[in-house]
Design a protein around this ligand. Structure first.
Ligand code: PMP
Length: 412
């Protein structure tokens, strides 16, 4: 099979650079994947596959960085969105869909009594901080070092345009170190509004780390004893671990939780859910956006949640993810290589055991892209319900050839 080339992607990138700062800004920039050996622009998708502008087709393990949880262009979700589109998507008022979706989420997600909707994950993680500050009338936010909560200035994930005052009241502790969190609580006595965490640690360029057995229980106790709001950022993992929220999966109870990505299979929607005690504060935070009431996205979310349940999608993705992880480890070993795969099977992360500079991983991912499989070199991957055994087998065949290239080039 001839290896893919990316001529049209490259030409389009040149064009983009003339009219868009950096050509492709943010996490999909060529600088963040494998420059020269990765597609830059997509064209169309179906199930777990998509085509780029050069007409190359890929089995995808990135799912648009998470949102595509069922598969590209899922017919059931798209039909629900289309029905709503015909009635109208955006009005002077919300539609009944917003009430239906809030009711649906609250009946599904453990321990939550209200829901607010927005567009992106960053909208709701930042809203959660505001609700916590309003509720406690305090300033400080504690977050985990290296965690990603979005592009807003407070969480400092991005670069450029920031001033120290943006994050003056945000302090970090290390994942799984509740003692360090408690030290910060003591240091900033009576001024800590919120501790915000993800359900497991998923830094870019690093292994994923699951919560230590007592981590969330310890944080819960620290928050309860000190009047602090515990917020969960479930934007990345939500609906890939449990339909009841990742807190149900790991057995703890936050005061607020944030969803986006997988909630609507690619339609732009996010939600912050909270406990009754925070409802009054939530209603005092002025939070709005021209598109927050969009009904097409809500119709898509209602259909996505139904389909995830009906197809028992998480169990299926766990099975396919396990098959992929086991297969990768086995194939690498057979070629005299060692890979480390971390995180839950539905959101895996792979690296070569003996490297810190990502050169092998870049080569592996670049070779995979040229053979029709998208494995990101330094970001976690995402499984979809559309991945079937045959897709995994095909992807593993490609992975084997890529391991062969890595072995030949790097020797181990
Ligand atoms: N929190 C987490 C854990 C995320 O993974 C992301 C997106 N990668 C966000 C927040 C921000 O979401 P968005 O990009 O939709 O603003």
């Amino acid at each position: 099979m001839a290896l893919y080339s990316f001529d049209k992607s490259l030409a389009l990138f040149e064009r983009a650079c003339r009219v868009i700062p950096s050509g492709i800004p943010g996490h999909t920039s060529p600088a963040f994947n494998v420059p020269g050996s990765f597609p830059y622009f997509a064209q169309s998708g179906k199930g777990c596959r998509y085509k780029d502008v050069d007409g190359n087709e890929y089995i995808d393990f990135m799912a648009a960085y998470g949102p595509i949880v069922l598969g590209y262009n899922d017919p059931v979700v798209d039909a629900a969105a289309q029905r709503q589109r015909e009635a109208g998507g955006l009005f002077n008022h919300p539609t009944e869909r917003s009430v239906e979706l809030a009711e649906r989420l609250l009946s599904l997600v453990s321990d939550m009594q209200w829901a607010v909707f927005a567009r992106n994950g960053s909208d709701v993680t930042s809203y959660a901080i505001s609700v916590a500050r309003e509720h406690t009338q305090r300033r400080k936010v504690l977050m985990v070092e290296g965690a990603y909560h979005g592009v807003q200035a407070w969480c400092r994930s991005g670069t450029g345009g920031l001033i120290p005052e943006d994050y003056e009241h945000v302090h970090t502790f290390h994942w799984n170190d509740a003692t360090e969190a408690l030290d910060l609580v003591k240091r900033y006595k009576d001024d800590v509004a919120c501790i915000i965490v993800t359900p497991f640690h998923h830094p870019a360029f690093g292994d994923q780390v699951l919560p230590a057995p007592s981590f969330f229980a310890d944080l819960r106790r620290i928050c309860d004893e000190n009047g602090i709001v515990l917020a969960l950022d479930d934007v990345r993992a939500g609906f890939r671990l449990s339909m009841h929220g990742s807190h149900a999966y790991f057995g703890f109870s936050p005061d607020l939780t944030c969803f986006s990505k997988a909630i609507a299979n690619g339609y732009t929607l996010s939600a912050c859910l909270g406990k009754a005690a925070l409802k009054a504060a939530a209603s005092r935070v002025f939070f709005t956006g021209s598109f927050f009431g969009g009904a097409v996205e809500m119709a898509a979310a209602l259909a996505t949640l139904d389909e995830l349940e009906r197809r028992d999608a998480i169990a299926h993705m766990m099975k396919m993810g396990t098959m992929l992880q086991d297969g990768l480890k086995e194939l690498a070993r057979a070629r005299g290589l060692e890979v480390v795969v971390s995180g839950p099977p539905t959101i895996p992360y792979m690296r070569f055991a003996n490297e810190t500079n990502f050169r092998r991983m870049q080569r592996f991912s670049g070779e995979a892209a040229r053979r029709g499989v998208i494995f990101h070199p330094h970001h976690n991957w995402f499984m979809m319900e559309a991945h079937k055994e045959e897709d995994i087998r095909q992807a593993l065949d490609v992975a084997d050839k890529c391991f062969e290239v890595v072995k030949k080039e790097f020797g181990g």
